[in-house]
Design a protein around this ligand. Sequence first.
Ligand SMILES: Cc1cc2nc3c(=O)[nH]c(=O)nc-3n(C[C@H](O)[C@H](O)[C@H](O)COP(=O)(O)O)c2cc1C
Length: 173
Amino acid sequence: MSSTNGVDPRQFRDVLGNYPTGVAVVTAIAEDGRPVGMAVGSFTSVSLDPPLVAFLPDRSSTSFPRIRTAASFCVNVLAADQEALCRGFAVRGGDKFAGVSWASTKSGAPRLDGVAAWIDCDFESITEAGDHYIVLGRVRELHAPGDRPPLVFFRGGYGHFTAFEREGSLKLR
Ligand SMILES: Cc1cc2nc3c(=O)[nH]c(=O)nc-3n(C[C@H](O)[C@H](O)[C@H](O)COP(=O)(O)O)c2cc1C
């Protein structure tokens, strides 16, 4: 049996691509004092007590080894009009922060302007999981302006969320 357990990688990507995700940019100030960031679809909430969230960086990422040198990181949940920003943080190399406006959270991590939500975290744990890591973050501070719908990623394409027209459906304030 091959290391892929007989599962075809193309089929794995295609089938899992049917699960829609948001897109987040994980940012930090690396040990060298420069901002670093990468786009992830693998962000999720994990626990309320204690407040934990997670994301899964690829072990081949060149940004994550720099992110993990930081004391804290910020998860920036992208808004529907931030597809270009997402693409900028999904490339390898270059100065991903050129032309990007941001402010510091209390912990010092970069909080990007115009995002749907941001969650500032301390590193709780980093666990190896196949060709990825599972990074658990302990939430220190978080905020959502409440008026920005999220960017959605589905089957390799970008879109936005529309609620069904029915009583009790989500309303953006
Ligand atoms: C919508 C979307 C979701 C992504 N999700 C992840 C992810 O969960 N984990 C990951 O390691 N890379 C993910 N990537 C790819 C990384 O953004 C990209 O490989 C990385 O930033 C490459 O640069 P680096 O070497 O600087 O890390 C995603 C890219 C896109 C466009």
